[in-house]
Structures are given as C-alpha cells and as structure tokens.
Design a protein around this ligand. Structure first.
Ligand SMILES: [Mg+2]
Length: 160
C-alpha cells in the first residue's frame, strides 16, 4: 500500500504556544512591552511549551495506523534563530524518533508535495498547499472561531 503523506504544523496544532506565551507574560510583566508585537522572539519560548490536548496520542495513532508518512512542517520565526533547535528538541522530546530527519522548516508550505497538511493558519503557503489543507484548531487571528477540524478527534475521524 502506498502511504499518504501528511505534513503537521507545530504551533497551534501539536504545540500549545499560546498558553506558553501567556504564562511567560504573567511571569515577566516588565517585558510585556518589549515582546508584545513579536512574542515569537522571546528567547526559549519554543523550547518547552505544553502539547495541544490529545495531539501526542493522535499523531502516534496516525503513525501506527500504517497508512501515513508523517512529516513536520513548521515556519521558524526569522528573528529567533535558536527556535530552530528548540523546535527540534521539542519534537524529539515528545515523539522520540518518530520524526527523525522528517522536519521541514519553511515559510512556503505550498512548495511541499503531499496529500494532507494539518495547519491552524492559512499563512506561509498553507492555503496554496497542493494537497488538502485540514484547517485545525482555532482561528486566533479571527475572533478565535473554531476551524473545520477543531480537535485531534476530528482529525482522527477524517484520517483513520
Ligand atoms: Mg501554526
């Protein structure tokens, strides 16, 4: 059987970056002004955020179904170089070897060739992806409206 190729975004899909940023600002109110516009430039903010609810179990289920080849597709903030290694660390920490040499870092997700892209945003080429975009979670740029697949349960229902 030919496996279908699935790209999985990180922030807002498997990584609860929003919660981590809120917690960080609560601990560092003095730095609110400095990072308010670009919270993704906060040093170390990508290293240990909590996972999105159900994400780790669901991704493992997809992997062990044998139906999919899984890759990470994440846009790494240009102004925070250490986030490259922080994100790789996060993936290994939560998934072990599952994504060994399978991490794409790109702002042009439309260049990726595959069947599905699970992403919370349309940006960085996601909406022009040649396969099917599975819009995950919440549209935090638009009143936090739920996207078509608000939870990992909905994704599993679609893909398993
Ligand atoms: Mg995202």
């Amino acid at each position: 059987m030919i496996k279908k190729v699935v790209f999985i975004d990180m922030d807002g899909v498997i990584v609860d970056l929003g919660t981590n940023i809120n917690n960080w600002f609560n601990k560092h109110p003095d730095l609110h002004k400095k990072y308010k516009q670009n919270p993704d430039h906060i040093p170390g903010i990508f290293r240990n955020p909590p996972p999105i609810k159900g994400a780790i179990e669901a991704v493992n289920k997809l992997a062990y179904s044998g139906k999919y080849e899984l890759y990470i597709a994440t846009s790494v903030p240009w102004g925070n170089s250490e986030s490259y290694s922080d994100k790789k660390h996060w993936v290994e920490n939560h998934f072990g070897k599952l994504f060994h040499k399978r991490i794409f870092s790109t702002h042009s997700k439309n260049m990726l060739i595959g069947d599905y892209l699970i992403d919370d945003r349309k940006k960085n080429g996601a909406v022009e992806f040649s396969g099917e975009l599975l819009r995950f979670g919440f549209d935090w740029e638009n009143d936090n409206k739920p996207n078509e697949y608000p939870t990992w349960e909905a994704i599993l229902e679609k893909l398993l």
